[in-house]
Design a protein around this ligand. Sequence first.
Ligand SMILES: [Zn+2]
Length: 450
Amino acid sequence: MEAVDDAAAPPLPYSAACPRWSDALRLLTRGGPSTAPDFSAPASAEVLASLRNDLRVLVVGAGGLGCELLKDLALAGFGRIDVIDMDTIDVSNLNRQFLFRASDVGKPKAEVAAAYIRARVPGLAITAHVGDLTRRPPEWYAQFNLIVAGLDSIDARRWLNATLVSLVGADAETGEVDRSGLIPWIDGGSEGLMGQARVIFPRLSACFECTLSMFDTPKTYPLCTLANTPRLPEHCVEYAHVVEYPRASPFGEGVAFDADNPDHLTWLTDTAAARADKFSIPGVTRRLAAGVVKHIVPAVASTNAVIAAACAAEAWKLATSVAGPLRNYVMLNGTSGVYSYTYETERRPDCEVCGGGGVPRTVTLDSGEVLLEDLLDTLAAEPALRTRAPVLRVASTGAMVWAADGPPALVAATRANAGKRVEELLERGGELVVTDRAMGGARTVIVTWP
Ligand SMILES: [Zn+2]
């Protein structure tokens, strides 16, 4: 490799003598066939200075992808990094979440990861935030210039998506976007040997909700989440399945769990419901339990490494303008051979989050005698809704039908409605206003029956 010529280059914020930054400098100090048309090499000193001193990047998640992301971004020259995660370190994380050691088990991931990076890459301002990302207000996100996420949940992504879209104003008549509030979001995801990375410019390119139909209903969860911070009914079912069933051996020592055995499923549903109660998580049903226990995909360290590298490269490209961004979705498939595929996802004009919203969805029940709890299952299974903890009101009267989220008194007040017939609560063809923290914004659903 050629050495960077110190004498010819303007003063640099990161010493060119330090081999750590030599590759970054090489990319910034000369053009090439891949550089963006408006890239000018002489500005590189300022670019690297701003990368270190001005640009604030938020890393969402400090798990398998998050550890890789933090390492990649820190070594790429990003100088102001924040990281948010609510989980604590479990012993099962240690094989791939390499910023953690056995002595860190039980400590918050964000804090331990930040401390490790701080010690390893001096001069970096890295701040840890321990807590639920969905409890932060939009203004909190507005302080960052760039968001890179390595999340394991579709719900958290939907929430983040709605928040980032809400920060971008658009003219109601012309649709013209006010870019001042725009924060680019680079999203990575991995499941076993499959992974994906994408670049989202809220309101300008396809948002997460625009392409929600690409994702199956999530079926895999890391054990640390199941054990320490369950927040979905699925987490409780999975915990009952993989941890409590072997421990209790309710059908005799050594009898394997059989998802097709009704007794086994009843035990699982009851056990999961008890755990869900303990964490105040609504939504454990027999149908859900049966759906969850089919398979678990293990986390693969190499998939995380590839996807995080792709995300960090995109972050670096956006921050330095050395090359144009990914347009806008790349998937990695390692299950049959190894290949990647890049394509451009498109905005949906009727997207409920970044578009016009379109027409209300219609749910057709078999009859008005269907119970509300079954309607709730139906809404959760609707690909475009996927409610988790929904709040339902009758559109015409404002009457509260169901509240799975909100003040405890409100939640308790609607609990008895679960066993009521839908026709007792809503007239045929009536409209329900559905809100859910996972969805962002309210949706109107027409409920009808023959
Ligand atoms: Zn959208």
